[in-house]
Design a protein around this ligand. Structure first.
Ligand SMILES: Nc1ncnc2c1ncn2[C@@H]1O[C@H](COP(=O)(O)OP(=O)(O)OP(=O)(O)O)[C@@H](O)[C@H]1O
Ligand SMILES: [Mg+2]
Length: 152
């Protein structure tokens, strides 16, 4: 996966599969501290502590047709390549939050890619799901909330 937009697509697919009705995607570029944080939050069915512990293991999946589950493992790897960190927090019946932090200027930090096209595809493809998107870059903010009928 060459850019973070592909990862966003993939991580959001997990939220959809977990029957989320609201998915929050936030990208924060902290120029002062040279950090980039991607956070994806959902209100889906969540994970118990054992599933959460295993989730970023490439040999763990709850998809019955598969033996490996790469989505979280690949994003975790991308953070390690750019001096970042990766965190999952989840509670059954409450939801899941995935947070990936990168050193923004690190030469191996993946580019954002076309986040707008990614968001458009997600919104168009999942009419029953609401999306809240926020991209902060320094003091610049781009935001939309499909619950308010907003689009990009
Ligand atoms: N948002 C989420 N809500 C609930 N469970 C999740 C969520 N994201 C991941 N999981 C759990 O973690 C497992 C691993 O996720 P991961 O994306 O790494 O692989 P996968 O979705 O199983 O397979 P792949 O992404 O390769 O198609 C999933 O099978 C699921 O059990
Ligand atoms: Mg997945």
């Amino acid at each position: 996966m060459k850019d973070l937009s592909f990862h966003i697509m993939d991580i959001v697919e997990n939220s959809i599969r977990a029957e989320a009705k609201l998915i929050g995607i936030s990208l924060v570029e902290d120029l002062e501290n040279d950090l980039l944080t991607l956070q994806i939050e959902d209100d889906g069915k969540g994970m118990d502590s054992e599933t959460m512990r295993q989730a970023a293991n490439p040999f763990f999946t709850t998809k019955s047709e598969k033996r490996i589950g790469l989505g979280l493992a690949l994003l975790a790897q991308a953070t390690r390549e750019a001096e970042g960190k990766f965190e999952i927090s989840s509670r059954p019946e409450a939801g899941t939050r995935i947070r990936a932090t990168f050193r923004r200027s690190h030469p191996d930090r993946k580019p954002l890619g076309d986040t707008y096209a990614t968001l458009e595809t997600l919104v168009a493809g999942h009419r029953g799901v609401d999306f809240l998107y926020e991209h902060r870059r320094g003091t610049d903010v781009t935001r939309f909330d499909t619950r308010k009928g907003e689009c990009l």
